[in-house]
Every structure is written in structure tokens, then in C-alpha cells.
Design a binder for this molecule. Structure first.
Ligand SMILES: N[C@@H](CCC(=O)N[C@@H](CS)C(=O)NCC(=O)O)C(=O)O
Length: 246
């Protein structure tokens, strides 16, 4: 039986898992997760009644993997294709993933603060059939407020948090042994590139990979960071063009 991936179309956390699985050609059924509304079913399937639950989740015949990093490790062991975790580099890749986690948390707070100010972006967060319902904007506002509380996010210092991570990515790329074009963080393309490229989703979302509405694309974009990061945006876009196939 094929594994099933539950993911959010516009989420960079989900994108890390989708990219890793597609890179290794791991065939899976895919289903879209709807925050808030989908949570009871997710808890039921995970048998997790308390504490936070998040996506992506990969349901396999051996159990559920509820973190993108574990899903990427599964992809590395099952499919065929790019070596996502080259031997001897696992600890380095895990450290990049920790940096990515921190930076994405900063990006989430930054972008959701902008979504809260934007009616059209709020409506895009509501499933299409429910958008005309009275209170739809209210529902989205409540959902986002809940997400911000769930992840303990405050907008303060978050632009700085993301900027520090971008600066560190720039240094790591400059110091990499890679002779490839675009440069990769290790000698060859690996999960390090997948996880670090996601930082740029909160600078300006990529043209493919993430399915994101027009208003949310604008809310995810940080004009100041984008103006400071044309080199990293170009790096991310080139990585997508070369390595991110559907
Ligand atoms: N470390 C986890 C983090 C995943 C995560 O933060 N997912 C968020 C993305 S916004 C989520 O599921 N949000 C939906 C919700 O909280 O209801 C991973 O990489 O899989």
C-alpha cells in the first residue's frame, strides 16, 4: 500500500517533505490538510488527544511520521535518486534543519502578522465553499490567532531572526565545497538545500512548489528582506528549476 502524505499546499514545512519525497520518487497518495477543521481527524489518526499536532504527516504501513525531517529520512531510505543524507554529513544536515526550524518560526510570525491585516488573505485561508459564509473572516482570524499562540509566536524580533539565518546561509554557501551551479551547501545537492531553501518562502514565495493565493503570496513577502537578498532568492529559484520536479 502506498503511503499517504497529509500536507498544507502553502506551507514551507510541508514543502520540505513533498520535495524530499518527489526527489526520491517515493510514490504516495496526497491529501490536503485544513488547519483547525482537519484537526480532529488528524488527532484520531495519530491517536494523539493532547498537545500540539502539526503537518506534514506521512502515514506508512509502519506507522505515522509526523515531522518533515523524519519524512525526508524515510524518503532517503525508500526511494531512489539524489542522496539526501550523504554518509558522514548527517549531523551537519540536522544542524541546518534546526536553523531552518528557527527561521521558519520567525517567518511564520512575520507573515501571519501581515495576513491578519489583510482581508483578502484571511479569506484565502478559508476553504473555498465556506468563503461566502458570514463570519468567514472571523473564523480565519481566530484560526491564525490560535496558530500564533500554539507556536508561541510574537512578531517582535522576528524579522531579525530570519535575517540572521539568511546571513548565515549566505556564509555557508560561500564556504561550501560545491562546484555546482547553483552552489549547494554540501559538495552535492542534499536535504540541506531543501530545508534551507524554505527560508526564502518568507522572503518571497517560490513560483512553484507552494500553492499560495495572490493575497497570501503578498503577505508572505517581506519587501525589506527581499531587497537585501536578491542573491539568495536567485539561488533558491535556480535550485527549484534544477531539482524540484513535480
Ligand atoms: N517540525 C515540524 C513543524 C511543522 C509545522 O510547524 N507545521 C505547521 C505549519 S504552519 C502546521 O501544521 N500548522 C497547522 C496547525 O497548526 O494547525 C515539521 O517540520 O514537520
Amino acid at each position: 500500500m502506498k503511503p499517504e502524505l497529509l500536507s498544507i499546499a502553502y506551507s514551507p514545512w510541508s514543502e520540505r517533505a513533498r520535495w524530499a519525497l518527489s526527489c526520491r520518487g517515493v510514490a504516495c497518495d496526497t491529501r490536503a490538510y485544513q488547519p483547525l477543521i482537519g484537526e480532529p481527524e488528524l488527532r484520531w489518526r495519530l491517536r494523539k488527544w493532547t498537545g500540539p499536532v502539526s503537518v506534514p504527516v506521512l502515514f506508512t504501513t509502519d506507522g505515522a511520521l509526523d515531522d518533515s525531517f523524519r519524512i525526508a529520512q524515510y524518503a532517503a531510505q525508500h526511494g531512489d535518486g539524489a542522496e539526501l543524507f550523504p554518509a558522514g554529513q548527517e549531523a551537519k544536515i540536522a544542524a541546518w534543519n534546526v536553523q531552518s526550524e528557527r527561521a521558519l518560526a520567525a517567518g511564520r510570525a512575520l507573515s501571519l502578522a501581515r495576513v491578519l491585516q489583510n482581508r483578502e488573505a484571511l479569506l484565502e485561508m478559508v476553504p473555498r465553499p465556506l468563503r461566502k459564509m458570514p463570519g468567514a473572516v472571523h473564523l480565519a482570524t481566530a484560526g491564525i490567532g490560535r496558530t500564533l499562540r500554539k507556536y508561541g509566536a510574537t512578531a517582535q524580533g522576528n524579522a531579525e531572526g530570519l535575517k540572521v539565518a539568511l546571513d548565515s546561509l549566505r556564509v555557508d554557501l560561500a564556504q561550501s565545497p560545491s562546484t555546482l551551479e547553483p552552489r549547494t551547501l554540501l559538495a552535492d545537492f542534499s536535504y540541506a538545500d531543501i530545508t534551507m531553501a524554505q527560508l526564502l518562502a518568507f522572503v518571497r514565495p517560490p513560483a512553484s512548489g507552494l500553492k499560495i493565493g495572490r493575497a497570501n503570496r503578498a503577505a508572505f513577502t517581506d519587501d525589506d528582506l527581499a531587497a537585501q537578498s536578491p542573491d539568495l532568492l536567485a539561488w533558491r529559484d535556480a535550485l527549484y528549476a534544477k531539482y524540484r520536479h513535480a
